[in-house]
Write a protein that binds this ligand. Sequence first.
Ligand SMILES: [Zn+2]
Length: 274
Amino acid sequence: MSTSPSAGPAAEIGVIGGSGFYSFLDDVEEVRVETPYGPPSDPIAVGELAGRRVAFVPRHGRDHRYPPHKIPYRANLWALRSLGVRQVLAPSAVGSLAPHLGPGTLAVPDQLADRTHGRAQTYYDEGAAVHVSFSDPYCPAGRRTAVGSARTAGWDPVDGGTLVVIEGPRFSTRAESRWFASQGWTLVGMTGHPEAVLARELALCYTPLCLVTDLDAGIEEGEGVTMDEVLRVFGENIGRLRALAADVIATLPAERTCPCPRALDGMEIPLELP
Ligand SMILES: [Zn+2]
């Protein structure tokens, strides 16, 4: 695999770790990548896992300094692509909008509903109008691999469902939470958008791995969700989430035959992609 001094060591698979998921690979080389959108959340850790070259970035920074609405999403995806990454795994902590999907549930949603506002959510701000298809926001091959790996590991996942992404950083009110559930949405998080659409705009594969840490406010009887609870449940499950991410990486196809690489076909792109 080629390396270049300016771009650092090449990687093919990227992992964006969420709250509580601050490190992943052993024996890494840390790469500082500059992008037209500023620096990513942290230097990118590049190493090898299961014979694949992997790049890891903690979404919130390793000291959790970026709240969900301030994460440099564009820089993160751009930096990963500039290192050669074409498939991205995105573990995150989410709330559940369904009582039967309790803490510790693993879900691989197939839909997303965006309730964020004011975030930079496109690379194509000027020069040309670029309208990517987002009807199916996640990579079908990545989802299949994630669901299969989880089943093999004995962590029976929820295959499908809708992740609603809220602006945060506050959690939902009970009314909001009941409204989301009444739409048929199953999970609630704060970072899934614009991350997924930015990946699509760079023709990357993007696969969410959602760990349920709590029942959202309108779903449970108690005090409502707290950050302590989220981090406690995440801490209890981080070992198997890491192991699952490693299994998925080992199993992801080397050649992409999914539609993601063709996301920009036939469009005039006003940027040169890294
Ligand atoms: Zn794909």
